[in-house]
Design a binder for this molecule. Sequence first.
Ligand SMILES: *Cc1c(COP(=O)(O)O)cnc(C)c1O
Length: 356
Amino acid sequence: MSDFWSSRTKKLEPYIPGEQPKDGSVFIKINTNECPYPPSPKVAEVIKNFSCDSLRLYPNPEAYDAKKTIADYYGLKIDEVFLGNGSDEVLAMAFAAFYDNEKTVNFADVTYSFYPVYCNMFDISFNYIPLLEDFSYDVEGFIKTVGGVVIANPNAPTSVAISLLDIERIVKNHKNDVVIIDEAYVDFGAESAIQLISKYDNLLIVQTMSKSRALAGMRIGFALGNKKLIEGMDRVKNSINSYTLDRLAIAVACAAIEDEEYFKEITGKIIKTREKTISSLKKLDFIILISSANFLFITNKNFEAKEFFEYLRKNGILVRYFNKPRLCDYLRVSIGTDEEMDVFIKITEAYCNEKF
Ligand SMILES: *Cc1c(COP(=O)(O)O)cnc(C)c1O
């Protein structure tokens, strides 16, 4: 605490991002759901040929080229797309645009932990709809509750998806409030709700290029929805920062979306490695939630998650442990390359052998 801080700053409870180790002791980093493969070669080409001189000039405030490319790709209109510096920023602006003290928002007790942070920041009242015992969404609970809804599909950190049918039932029952579907991991096996946008003016989809397009370091996120929703978000954006995407990010975003073949190749590889990792872990007595994401949420009745986490870390493997109710028996493991996951399994085997 400092007397220099505003009362707003004093009451913040910021999000804690996953560790980005600097000390070289980590050999396998599978803790923040990054892509183990490089971005598309078309992205590399854009960066190589990028005009440094163009950086004298501000970028287009709408990130027009990227907007157009994304709109064309998803069969939407340009005014149905919003771009931001990573989807964390897009989500923050959406929370500020659509919820407040009276417009309550509902989300799961176990979900992306940034949501309550935004509520705190923008003075938004929120309500938890706890996940069911098996970590699936309480669809009936979401249908019955009043106010806005935010759902990560698949959910984080559980990796569990919700069906398009259930999403539609929720959206239909909240006609006067905005329903946000955070599809950060949707490309790894869940059903996107983008096709519902033309039918429901209260539905906002948020996606990111950080995971399935291997661009976490470039910070590109976007929202898709009815143009009235996008207009609301533009009002917020233009009250904070008009240029959320820089010139290089705009060019990179276009190249990444246009290289469909590479996108399919790397997401397909990650899904294959995921299934292989699941079967190896099952042989070691792990319980694994059904994953539609590029990570697994795993537990093992034979030992403590925290101790296993520390053992992995000592052996140069970094995964994510959450010291929180409902989560503290689990570890979240991102899917790396086949080689990385082979090492992870080998060290896990050694640990299991040590325990028995
Ligand atoms: C990673 C993640 C994001 C944010 O990603 P950005 O890198 O900010 O685009 C948003 N939602 C969920 C659920 C995530 O896991």
